[in-house]
Design a protein around this ligand. Structure first.
Ligand code: RP5
Ligand code: MG
Ligand code: MG
Length: 274
């Protein structure tokens, strides 16, 4: 499948228009002499501790394809070239836009699920006769779209730590909750997140992607089969999330970036309605 969400229209938080071209011109190995995308490297990234310097900075000597200090510059998608090139092809914009790292920007996405229960019984979809699964969805502050409560892997952080931290921040507002309450919830999440299933690892079709910088993620499913653990939590939106709720899963879901594709895999694996 070609990426679509990082093509066309105006680049997020800018007035820069992406170069527009048809699907068949996406792969780099298709000749496209007239390809002339604008370059954009957000000024907001200058001197940010979490962002790379501009590529022209002579002191910037990134080690691609390896763990460069605490920064993971290995792509899940294979080896990078000298100047990192989007592994899925052209996006209509060069530079790194508003993404902090040249090349892969690593994130992690937890899909926390429970069965839809009404009056004590599992709800089946009348057409498929399969049980309806619900997942914990957040509404992003940056674009208003519903999404998974995921986030960037901090330098030196393990992916399983990111999954727990982001869930606590975005779905349980740990940054603005009392220390005692957060400690209690963090401990429960730590135990609950021990049993996860890997759903996906790789490229994300994110609207912030460019020809030289893109999102990658590791997606894990944590399923509360009895609905007695996280399924009972009082969800509270926090950090990059303006809203949080349990959302019914079916094929009409229209989520941020590639998140609906990840949910479809979970629905199939749980033998739930899609
Ligand atoms: C998406 O952006 C990932 O799948 C993840 O959900 C998210 C990470 O970025 P922030 O939420 O930190 O903006 O590509
Ligand atoms: Mg976050
Ligand atoms: Mg986030």
């Amino acid at each position: 499948m070609v990426h679509t969400k990082c093509r066309g229209g105006t680049y997020p938080f800018s007035d820069i228009k992406r170069f527009v071209f048809p699907d068949e011109k996406v792969p780099w190995d298709i000749d496209f002499k007239d390809y002339n995308p604008p370059d954009y490297d957000s000024k907001g990234l200058l001197n940010k501790p979490w962002a790379d310097p501009p590529l022209e900075d002579i002191n910037f000597k990134p080690k691609w394809n390896t763990l460069d200090g605490t920064v993971n510059r290995k792509s899940h998608m294979g080896r990078l070239h000298r100047l990192p090139l989007n592994p899925k092809g052209r996006t209509g914009i060069g530079g790194r836009g508003i993404l902090g790292k040249w090349g892969p920007n690593h994130a992690a996405d937890p899909i926390v699920t429970r069965w839809k229960i009404v009056d004590g019984s599992k709800q089946l979809n009348p057409s498929s006769n399969l049980p309806i699964v619900q997942f914990c969805a957040i509404q992003r502050k940056d674009c208003g779209q519903w999404a998974l409560p995921g986030g960037m892997v901090d330098p030196g952080e393990q992916v399983n730590e990111t999954l727990q931290r982001e869930f606590l921040e975005e779905a349980l507002n740990s940054l603005e909750t009392s220390k005692e309450q957060t400690e209690k919830e963090a401990n429960m999440i730590k135990t609950f997140f021990k049993n996860g299933r890997e759903i996906y690892k790789g490229y994300v079709d994110d609207p912030r992607n460019t020809d030289n910088a893109w999102m990658e993620t590791v997606v894990m499913n944590f399923h509360d089969d009895a609905g007695t653990v996280v399924g009972k939590f009082n969800l509270r939106a926090g950090d990059d999330a303006q809203n949080v709720r349990w959302m019914d899963v079916d094929r009409t879901l229209d989520l941020y970036a590639s998140h609906s594709d990840f949910i479809r895999i979970v629905a199939k694996k749980l033998n739930a309605h899609w």
